[in-house]
Ligand binder design. Sequence first.
Ligand code: NAI
Ligand code: MG
Length: 491
Amino acid sequence: MGHPLATTVAQGHAFKNIIDGKQVEAISGKRMDVVCPSDGLPFGSIAASNADDVDAAVKAACFAFEDGDWSAMSAVDRGRVLLKLADLINQNAAELSALESRDTGKPIKQGIADIAGCARYFEFYGGAADKIHGDTIPIPGDFVALTLREPHGVVAGIIPWNYPAQILGRVAGAGLAMGNALILKPAEDACLSVLRIAELALEAGLPGGAFNVVTGTGMDAGAPLSAHASVDFVTFTGSPPTGTAIQQAAAVNNRGVTMELGGKSPQIVFADADLDAALPVIVNAIIQNGGQTCSAGSRVLIEASIYDKFSHMLAEKFSALVAGPHDADLDLGALISKKQHGLVQGFIDQAQSDGIELLAQGSIAGNAPEGGYYCAPALFGNVPAHSDLAQKEVFGPVLSAFPFKDEAEAITLANDTEFGLVAGIWTKDGARQMRMAKRVRAGQVYVNAYGAGGGIELPFGGFKKSGHGREKGFDGLFHMSTTKTIVFNHA
Ligand code: NAI
Ligand code: MG
């Protein structure tokens, strides 16, 4: 059952920005409501920040990076602060999970998993902070050449609402471990766990200014942050069009970016696969977080000889799925917002009016509040290759099934979208596992497994429109830093 805190946490609380180690109101004094997706009702508020607040946060980060206590801290001490933060997140896990669930509408069990994941990022990167080192390079003549791995400086992280705590973990974990100073702009739709974890970071001993959080809309707070001339690097997770806008803004200052822009990830199921093992993983990969997961497995490609059998197995599972309030802890919660609900429902309605076969649909719990943004999960079959359902990121609990006749067709279908984030391959044939894994265009490939959103230790990021740069694992540390080469003449 859900945690009892999940219905009451943060009731009526006015959350503030965190700038230079202090909680501050937006300079304009403006606030905006925080809404719980489970009932559509406001239960607190956040600062509605603009360019002035962003500027104050960037100034604090610049000072922390160049002159403040953060700039003087050794890698081993940075690591210790992050490990302490991991402990504090775990100690406060009940409150943080309840907050995350109420803010996003996700079932409390998912909130618990997300907070544990967030703590694990700080544990991983805290342990890694003093284990990054450069090279010595042989060059002709009386020289010694070496490299240092240096932080970018001031890093802006613009993050989405689907996994606020987890994405904070991967951005701040890697960014702080390398010694950058951060400004996070979480999504206006869900940012409470981010604010609370930034407070815990101060308690863990992080110097003020090293980690600032500015809340507000993308236009008012995100756009000025990505365009700020004193920001050295921008990392973004969210939609492709916003990613384009952020890259254009950062390009004016010629700054580097990491872009994680979602996907249309395939699960490829061959006739020889262990179908009973594959089934729950494939279902979970699309309903986890209501399908609002960049790495959701939103397409299932099924070998023709088992298409009827396996789509029937999927349909049985889908019919039994129930969406309901976060504190009821069912298969899935509400979608994040009325807007997102409209988008997802639009895909379902369009597919039905286009005559695409609806194989099964789950339900919405009878006691789900009227004003919540619930969507019954849907499974569509024989989806036409060029339909929206086959090509576009729905970002909701909608799975599209496609038959394929052989490996070649499976690869063509798998790679036939603008995206390339994750893929799952289900087969017992070892040579085919490797052939398929090499030919599929995706940043992560799972064989007889699938990791929607998982893998703190694993490099993660996209091909094609899914973005560029990598987060998570040690790759995350390299992208949060840059190489300085030093050459000594000892002739
Ligand atoms: P979005 O990409 O617009 O928002 C993500 C973040 O960017 C938020 O913090 C937002 O405030 C900020 N932002 C928005 N416009 C900005 C701008 N011009 N400059 C700087 N920052 C800006 O995503 P949105 O509107 O919340 O959702 C729309 C669609 O995006 C979803 O339906 C889904 O398909 C996709 N999406 C994908 C995510 C992923 O993890 N890959 C996460 C969230 C959304
Ligand atoms: Mg909310």
